[in-house]
Unconditional design. Sequence first.
Length: 185
Amino acid sequence: MAKPAELDARASTGVASTGVASTGVERVPAAEPQTRQTRQTMAVLVGVDGSGSRTAIAIAAREARYRGAPLIAVQAYNGEQVTEPPAMRSGSAEHTAEDERAYAESRLRDTVRDALGELADSVEVRAVLGLAGRKIVETAHKVNAQLIVLTSRGSTSMLLGTASQYVLRKAPCPVLVVPVSPSCP
């Protein structure tokens, strides 16, 4: 028969005198500290293209409020914004890259304001140079997005545009594609 000291040692290791594991409370290791990325608030991202984006912006804002997440509106631009025909442009009418970004950001801010009114002040806007699908996915990775909201192109064929297809294939999070419809808010 085991001595009392042996029983105490076996009980503390979780092994009973019969050699079978005891059914006592198991110790669970403490959770590892969260990484910087998981501590960050995960954002809701809305891709804005100007064609019916008001609906997507409104739905993205609602999702962000529901999730307690910041809303980030992203619009890609190609850097070739032309304000007048080439024959009428003077040398002083040339735009710098910064002018193009500022113009695209201003248009984006106006679109968000049209969709949300005074709630637009809480939305972060990002005008990014490049292909829309790629830039939306890159931004989603950078901000640790928990949801991407896009608008469909309103095509009668029900096919998605190339940007939406790219985002659906490459997104790091769920993607919501919103139809352009007057019945949606």
